[in-house]
Each structure stands twice: as C-alpha cells, then as structure tokens.
Design a protein around this ligand. Structure first.
Ligand code: LLP
Length: 415
C-alpha cells in the first residue's frame, strides 16, 4: 500500500498534505513515510516468523538517523559498508550484534572498531581481507565472526551498474574458490566461521536468479559440511525490486516462502539485506517549478531539485514517476523535468505529460532509496532537507544544508 496518495485534489504523505511540507520546510525536500518503512520491514519479518532470522536493512539505501531509528525500534539489524555507516547505526539506537559488515575495501581501522563494538558478522570479499581480519582480531585478542561472500555467477537481469553476482564483478569470491577460503579460515585462530553470504544485484524483478543462486549456495554448504565446516547462517543479501513504473516484482512474502521451501529440513538462520524494498517507495523528493521554458521542439520544466539531489535518472537513466502535488485541469505538455545544474545530463524525467505553471510543486516518487544518500554538493548546492511524516505529524530529520556549511572545512592559503 502506498502512503503517497491524492486526497481532495492534493498529494498527501500519510495524513500530511505535501503543500504543507513545502510551506513549512521549503524545497527541495525529501519526505519519508514512517508507516511505509514499517510496513515494508514487517513484510520481511512476518514472512520469516517461526524461524531464526535477521533482517538487516542495507544502510547505503537511506542512512538518515531517523530512518535507521524507526527500523531499529522494530528490531531490525543493519547491513553496513563503512565505518561511517557503523557509527550511524549505533547513533540511531541499532544493536551492534545485529550488524553485518559488507564491502570489498574494509580498512584495518574499520575492522578494529567493528570488532570492538561486537558486530554479528563480517561478510568477507577476499582472501587478503580474511588474513587482515585475522591480524586485527589477534591484536585485540577477540574472535572475528565471518561469512564468505560468494559470487554464484548468476545473471540478475538488472542494470549492469547494479548487477553484482556475475563472475567479472569486483564483488565476492567465485563460488568454486570459496571452499579453499573456508578451509583457510578454519585454520585461523581468531576467525569463527558463521555463514555463507551472497548478493547478486539490485532491483531484481523475478525470483529465478535468487533461487538459482540459493541452489548453488546450498551445494557449497553441503560440501563444506563434508569438510567438517558447519554453516550456521545463510545471508541472501538484498536486491528485491520495487515498482517505479510498471514493474511487477514479487513481494517479500512470496520470495521468502520459496526460500523457506528450499531450506526445509535444514537448520539455518536466514539473513537478508534489503535496502530498496524497504525504503524506495517510502520517500518522495518534493521540488518546485522555477521556470517553464518552451521552444519550437521542446518544453522544459526547470525545477529547484537537480542531479546533485537525486542522481538516479542521470546515472542509470532510471525512470522515476513525477507527480504534480496539486494537479491542474488542462491539456498537458510533454516536459523534460530538469534541474539548474550545468550538465545536459541533469534531468529528473523526460517527456512527461504534465500541466504546469511556475511555482507548482512536483513529487519525484520512489526516491526514498538511493536518493539523499547519493546527493552531492555539485555546483555548490547545499543538500536538501529531509522530513519524516508519521500520521498527521511531520518532523525535519535533517536540516537543509546552509551555504556556510558548504565551505566550512575549507581554508585559504597563508599570505
Ligand atoms: N547488500 C549488499 C552487499 C549490497 O551491495 C546491496 C546494494 C544491498 C545489500 C542492498 O540492495 P537492495 O536491496 O537495495 O537492492 N545506487 C543504485 C543501487 C546500488 C545497490 C548497491 N548494493 C540505485 O540507485 O539503483
């Protein structure tokens, strides 16, 4: 169910009209729905009911403290990829022992801190990382819990930039090489083997690649058992897609039912790392039309949000719906909705039938995941505000960045 619906000719986030958000906090502003975050998290957790599990929200999708806090209160775990994300989770009230740490480039300092706070598991991406983790754990005199992220070489059928499970991706360890890595891990005194991990890509709209990967991973689990290496958990990563336009991705319930069926009789804890599924449709980017520019061939709506605020359309040619907050009667024109940044690639949507006037508010939909987190200060533009709606309440959960903040850390050369 969407929490962004029209009521009496106005687009709402839960029980708050987006016109009110713009009036109070200005634009561009990311607006999140607490209810949607909760509903999506619960759809994972409910489907896993009755078996040991951990739903680790992929922090990279949306790392706002309030978003993390809403999920932490529901008992969520977190999938992190940096020391920065680790500190965010802790600051938001997340539990260290529910954190899994992914990523190909973990530094010694990051490992040290993660071991110190006692995270649940490191998802190892290479043999060298395993050796480094052994050293850091030995220095601290602790055990480091690990999974090996295996690359099952399945085609996720998604955009090449967000497909991660093919053998020529930088991620994971080829599944046929994994056995050797586990054998090495088993010899290391400060390493405890916990699980097997895989993440094959993002925005998957069919279950087949997930189930193919699962089958390959289970073969590995059985081979490891023959070697005397017992696996406690399977981490199947994130990747479940959402609807941006007309996609019909499976829901978490169907996905998990299929996984559970294939695991019947095995004693394995299940971990998932969903990001987009939980956050994408929990947010919109609210923006205002600055100018309408008409030429013989083109109509442009120049808005106050740009590629620095939301880069997905420019980077992946991602299609994200753009809705008028207060729809007008009249004949629509086909607008390219563009920002003020000096790049031809600075667009939020192309060829959108809209009936607009200067000053109108637009909502770029499905922007709750990989939206604000990928924002930059390009063109010396401060980053947008973030607001969380909860029923009739709205609260700013990140202030709009000021111009002074933009160069507060810079300095002039000495005289
Ligand atoms: N786990 C790992 C190890 C990952 O690399 C990712 C995403 C996830 C979980 C979460 O995947 P999700 O459930 O969100 O699909 N910026 C791109 C998406 C990059 C995804 C990177 N990895 C976009 O805007 O589409």
């Amino acid at each position: 169910m969407s929490q962004f619906e029209y009521r009496d000719g106005l687009l709402y986030a839960e029980d708050v009209a987006l016109t009110e958000v713009a009036k109070k906090f200005g634009t561009p502003t990311y607006v999140y729905s607490r209810a949607h975050l909760e509903q999506q998290y619960n759809s994972y957790a409910d489907a896993l009911d009755g078996m040991p599990h951990l739903v680790c929200f992929a922090v990279k999708a949306n790392s706002n403290l309030a978003v993390l806090n809403v999920l932490a209160r529901l008992g969520a775990g977190f999938d992190i990829v940096s020391g920065g994300e680790l500190e965010r989770v802790l600051a938001a009230g997340g539990q260290a022992n529910k954190i899994v740490f992914s990523g190909v480039g973990k530094t010694r300092a990051e490992m040290h801190r993660a071991l110190q706070v006692g995270i649940h598991c490191f998802n190892l991406e290479s043999l060298d990382e395993l050796e480094r983790l052994q050293e850091v754990a030995a220095e601290l005199g602790v055990q480091a819990p690990v999974s090996v992220r295996v690359n099952p070489d399945v085609d996720a059928g998604t955009h090449p930039y967000i497909s991660t499970g093919l053998k020529d991706n930088k991620f994971g360890i080829a599944i046929h090489e994994a056995e050797a890595v586990y054998q090495r891990a088993a010899q290391l005194p400060n390493i405890t083997i916990l699980g097997v991990d895989c993440h094959i890509g993002s925005q998957l709209t069919s279950l087949e690649p997930f189930l193919d990967a699962l089958e390959r991973v289970l073969i590995l689990v059985d081979r490891l058992a023959e070697l005397g290496i017992n696996i406690e958990h399977l981490d199947l990563g994130g990747g479940l897609g959402v609807r941006y336009r007309d996609e019909e991705p499976p829901c978490a319930g169907d996905y998990i039912a299929q996984v559970r069926q294939r695991l019947a009789g095995r004693k394995l804890t299940l971990i998932f790392e969903p990001g987009r599924y939980i956050a994408a449709n929990a947010g919109v980017l609210l923006t205002q039309v600055e100018y309408l520019k008409h030429s013989a061939d083109k109509d442009f709506a120049i808005v106050d949000a740009a590629m620095n605020d939301l880069i997905r359309p420019a980077l992946y040619e991602a299609w994200m719906d753009i809705k008028p907050v207060v729809p007008r009667e009249g004949t629509p024109r086909h607008y390219d909705v563009v920002g003020p940044v000096c790049e031809t690639g600075d667009f939020l949507g192309k060829d959108r039938p809209l009936c607009l006037q200067e000053g109108d508010l637009l909502a770029v939909c499905s922007a709750g995941a990989y939206g604000f987190v990928m924002a930059s200060n390009y063109n010396s533009r401060g980053r947008a505000a973030e607001v969380m709606v909860d029923g009739e309440q709205m609260q700013v959960v990140r202030q709009r960045e000021t111009i002074a903040e933009l160069y507060a850390n810079e300095s002039l050369l000495p005289e």
